[in-house]
Ligand binder design. Structure first.
Ligand code: NAD
Length: 378
């Protein structure tokens, strides 16, 4: 992720210094970036002068201590709190007190990273999506310690980089990785209980829901292991809330090494050239399920839970309704923001659907957010 973020910053005109514990990684990344920019020149998207300027703006050092004084540092080391804490302590030691210290973490609490940093009010999350040069969304994540002025500054800066910033509190999964959980979890539960097969559920979500990919093809694409790790992290950080509990179905896939496209087999099988070998969806079954009982309707059940999750984030004061909708459209290409979708369905209808799900499938997973009925969202 580091080199992609560096490309974005350098393209926006900033001088950038890379630092990696492994110098060979930097060399390889710069070679890759050279190739990427040459292809952009060939396509006419970047001029040759711009290519040379972008590369000239990017330098590298071998240690954090050697970094020049920076206005912003974006950390993108592996996803380990211990490692990130070490890096932030070293950054705070060597950078001026006014340097904004950002982390690209996908799942770690920003407050826990900021804890040991001197001037923790300058620590925040800048969560880019992969690949950073192509994905417009950046989640600007604030901890309790983060100052509002730094959040405003970072969000404005992201706009000058051509990005669309959304703001959120450091809640497990932030916006996208939190709100999207039911998209995968409901589908997996429908398969576990024998309601439908993956290909039929994927076809329903894609063709009748307008999602660019169904939940099974998408998790095969992301990697079942990566998707399970994100879900498990949210579940653990929410004190094992049933709403985020990992499924046996996905745990089993990962245990068997069926990780998706990258391992040649996930929910579906893939040929060496990446072609999916997917069974035909059962169109007659799809016709029977959609519009039927909520607990066996893959589309209505998934939408109700997505809307519930989205409005609950707003209810807890962790993000605005507009930012939640923007994040889901730009981050995971949902055809509509889930809150706008909930407004179309009717928030009270969604509340009734969640209550009906709870009656059919008790256990604490299906709880309507107060925001569905308290009139706070119109
Ligand atoms: N890959 C994605 O799709 C994605 C998307 C959004 C956010 N993220 C987040 O970005 C971060 C990085 O992810 P990645 O996939 O690029 O990881 P990666 O493992 O590809 O790269 C991490 C780099 O950090 C270097 N490193 C390790 N310890 C270091 C240290 N102490 N000082 C300097 N460099 C060090 C490693 O040598 C490696 O090159 C993670 O927090 C991840 O959650 C990743």
């Amino acid at each position: 992720m580091g080199i992609g973020i560096a490309q974005v910053a350098a393209t926006a005109g900033h001088r950038v210094t890379l630092v990696d514990r492994d110098a060979a990684v930097v060399d390889a990344a710069l070679t890759r970036l050279g190739g990427t920019l040459a292809r952009l020149v060939a396509k006419g998207r970047v001029t040759d002068v711009e290519r040379v300027d972008i590369l000239a703006r990017i330098g590298a050092v071998e240690t954090i201590a050697e970094l020049p004084e920076c206005s912003l540092v974006i950390e993108a080391v592996p996803e380990s709190l211990e490692l990130k804490r070490e890096v932030f302590t070293e950054l705070a030691e060597h950078q001026p007190a006014t340097t904004l210290l950002a982390t690209n973490t996908s799942s770690i609490d920003i407050g826990a990273i900021a804890d040991d940093v001197t001037e923790p009010e300058r620590v925040l999350g800048l969560h880019f999506f992969n690949p950073p040069p192509l994905m417009r969304l950046v989640e600007v994540v604030h901890a309790k310690q983060t100052s509002r002025a730094y959040v405003d500054h970072a969000a404005a800066l992201m706009q000058t980089w051509g990005k669309t910033p959304v703001r959120c509190a450091s809640t497990p999964g932030f916006i996208v990785n939190r709100v999207a959980r039911p998209f995968y979890g409901e589908a997996q539960r429908l398969v576990e209980t024998g309601v439908a097969d993956p290909a039929t559920i994927d076809a329903i979500l894609r063709e009748r829901g307008g999602f660019p990919m169904g939940p099974f093809e998408l998790t095969d694409f992301i990697g079942q292991d990566v998707n399970l790790a994100v879900g498990t992290s949210v579940w653990e950080q929410t004190e094992h809330d049933e709403r985020y509990a990992p499924t046996q179905f996905q745990q089993q896939l990962v245990a068997e090494g069926r990780l998706g496209r990258k391992s040649g087999h996930g929910v579906y099988a893939y040929t060496a050239d990446g072609t999916v070998e997917r069974p035909e969806p059962d169109a007659a079954l799809a016709d029977r399920l959609v519009g039927g009982l909520i607990e066996t309707d893959p589309l209505a059940r998934t939408l109700a839970m997505l809307v519930n999750e989205a409005v609950d984030l707003v209810h807890r004061g962790e993000a605005s309704a507009d930012d939640v909708d923007t994040a889901m459209v730009l981050g995971v290409r949902y055809p509509k923001g889930p809150i706008a979708w909930g407004r179309e369905i009717g928030f009270s209808v969604v509340a009734d659907q969640i209550r009906a799900l709870d009656a059919a499938l008790p256990g604490g997973r299906y709880r309507p957010s107060p925001a569905l009925t308290d009139g706070s969202l119109t």
